[in-house]
Design a protein around this ligand. Structure first.
Ligand code: GAP
Length: 580
């Protein structure tokens, strides 16, 4: 989080999402399932509006893109050929104290005081007689009875490599500290190195407590720490990313962790039936490239679009729905000639930025990151990340990547089936290249909610100013477009007219009817869920005050709170033009 205010804002957003039915924790009544979320009645509408608009812009409004809907389960050979089986991994580390798992590359560099221990030995009951015999003057007696560590004679800067977790000096340190004690303990020394990072200024005892816990977990009953030394480090130290950010304990060596969820197809549960839940929708497009090309009769450049679920066993799902284990993607694979690749990469980056602006995310809050060569997939000739300023920091919404001909070539090689394109004009056959804008549905929904959330001041029933929570969704995205209210619920002609208006508008948009509570309260409830328009049927509508106003209603704008008087017969056209 950037600041306390951002953290508070995020908390309010999460709480509003639950309170008003946008997003719930999956399996909540059983304690939830980490990384999985359910969309409630309003969340599902918002998500649909987003997906429908993406489909409209990316497929329906273009001549050069067709859609498809691939299966989530595919032949395992797809994931072997695409490289996912071998390389779709994240580096993962475990806290050596709590076992909690972290993505190594997501551990921020930390600073503070590092305490180093060469190992420990355990003081068990059977040592006591010998220890007492040595007498209170023995240095060992003091460290055991006062729970102190044996200091290290070394003043060298601390170096640590996971490849060398044993410290041969552990025995030497005990020997030079207390030779008679060494004789007693020499076969009991556990020379496994442990490091702990504590914030500067904290007493050494807090580091020792963590270190003792580490050795206890490895079977040492009452550990005496050997070879304690300390060093202050800054975030540029090579040690700075080696510690569990929660406990300060050393983490394990990074290991590759494949993010794909395994599953078995059919009755047998062995290697022969193994496959994966797809980690991206794109591969279905590549393996169906030939079929779609034949049926659509498209010429290069052309694209195949798809929206669907993807699954990744993320090590640390976090930031609400931002990093989930089950999520949806909106992907376009835009096939082209090799020489068009870089130009189309630029083209799609601009198209996609415009898309976000058209759903209410201003350009000023979007950022384009040119992914550096070293971080790009080896087959990609250029990748942009479109990022958004979430309250928890600037994070990726979408990747736009020029993937060359890598995917189709891999599948052609592995399947033995031609995935070539025949150019009628030049009579040449070749494997097309591809540019891929790949957006996350859930991340964009979250960005829409974060962008829309605002608080302002509005008068209550008695004219007193109160805080108003408003979701300022673009009308195109708003879950409910229009709320219809009879001024009073016990006046039958008002109710009947309001219901008539609901029936009139329902074929055009998602409408909500509400007759309960004071009108101001009803407006507030709609403001909080982002309904852009409110229609009130009052006595003027019935022609009771001014016959000129018969069959007119007030239309209230959520953001300005201004009201205009409109004829009922014009409502559908006016509202349609404002939400299109
Ligand atoms: N086919 C390319 C591809 O999958 P990606 O950058 O790994 O590329 C594309 O994913 C988009 O999918 C991301 O920009 C993000 O919006 C969304 N996404 C990826 N992992 C996600 C996760 N764990 N939770 C939510 N959305 C995710």
């Amino acid at each position: 989080m950037n600041s306390k205010a951002d953290a508070q804002r995020m908390e309010k957003i999460v709480s509003l999402c639950k309170r008003r039915g946008f997003i719930f924790q999956s399996s909540e009544i059983y304690g939830g399932l980490n990384g999985a979320w359910d969309y409630g009645p309003l969340g599902v509408e918002l998500k649909r509006n987003l997906k429908n608009y993406w489909w409209r812009v990316m497929v329906h409004e273009r001549d050069d893109v067709v859609g498809m809907d691939g299966s989530i389960l595919m032949n395992r050979a797809v994931w072997k050929a695409s490289g996912h089986e071998d390389t779709f991994t994240d580096p993962m580390v475990d806290s050596l104290l709590t076992g909690k798992r972290f993505r190594a590359d997501q551990i921020e560099p930390q600073k503070g005081t590092v305490y180093y221990y060469s190992g420990a030995f355990s003081v068990t009951e059977d040592y006591w007689p010998a220890l007492q015999e040595m007498g209170t003057a023995s240095p060992l007696f003091k460290v055991v009875t006062e729970d102190l560590p044996i200091p290290s004679p070394s003043k060298e800067p601390i170096r640590f490599k996971h490849e060398e977790p044993l410290d041969p000096l552990a025995s030497e340190i005990v020997k030079s500290f207390d030779a008679p004690a060494y004789e007693l303990l020499k076969n009991k020394i556990y020379p496994v190195v442990f490091l702990v990072l504590i914030p500067a200024g904290k007493p050494p005892e807090s580091a020792r407590k963590i270190a003792r816990e580490f050795y206890q977990k490895r079977g040492l009953t009452r550990p005496v720490l050997i070879g304690e030394r300390k060093e202050a480090i800054n975030t540029d130290s090579p040690l700075s990313r080696l510690f569990d950010p929660e406990s300060g304990a050393l983490v394990s060596k990074p290991q590759s962790f494949n993010l794909m969820f395994k599953t078995f197809v059919g009755a047998a549960e062995d290697e022969s039936s193994l496959t994966y839940l797809r980690p991206e929708t794109a591969q279905a497009i590549f393996v169906q490239f030939k079929n779609v090309l034949e049926v659509s009769r498209k010429k290069l450049p052309f694209g195949i679009a798809q929206i669907g679920k993807a699954f990744r066993n993320e090590i640390n799902p976090r930031n609400f729905t931002f990093r989930s284990r089950e999520f949806e993607q909106m992907e376009l694979e835009y096939f082209c000639r090799a020489e068009q690749g870089m130009e189309l990469l630029e083209y799609w980056k601009e198209e996609r930025l415009e898309f976000y602006e058209n759903i209410g995310i201003p350009r000023s809050r979007l950022h384009v990151l040119t992914v550096p060569d070293a971080e790009r997939a080896f087959y990609s000739k250029g990748t942009y990340d479109i990022e958004y300023d979430f309250p928890f920091g600037r994070q990726e919404l979408e990747g736009v990547a020029y993937r060359t001909d890598y995917d189709l070539s891999q599948h052609q090689k592995a399947s033995g089936k031609s995935l070539e394109y025949f150019d009628e004009e030049t009579k040449q056959k070749f494997i097309p290249h591809v540019v891929e804008p790949s957006a996350g549905v859930d991340r964009t929904v979250l960005a829409l909610i974060c962008e829309a959330y605002s608080e302002d001041e509005a008068p209550d029933e008695k004219g007193k100013m109160e805080t108003r929570i408003v979701l300022r969704f673009h009308p195109r995205m708003a879950p409910i477009k229009c709320a219809v209210f009879p001024l009073l619920k016990n006046k039958e002609p008002l109710v009947a007219k309001a219901k008539e208006i609901v029936d009139l508008l329902r074929p055009h948009m998602n409408v909500f009817y509400d007759e309960s509570g004071a009108i101001g309260r009803r407006y507030r409830r709609q403001d909080e869920i982002g309904t852009p328009f409110g229609i009130t049927v009052d006595f003027e509508t019935l022609g009771e005050k001014d016959p000129g106003l018969l069959h007119t209603v007030t239309l209230r704008d959520r953001d300005s709170m201004k009201q205009e008087r409109l004829a009922i017969k014009d409502l559908a056209d006016i509202l349609n033009s404002r939400i299109a």
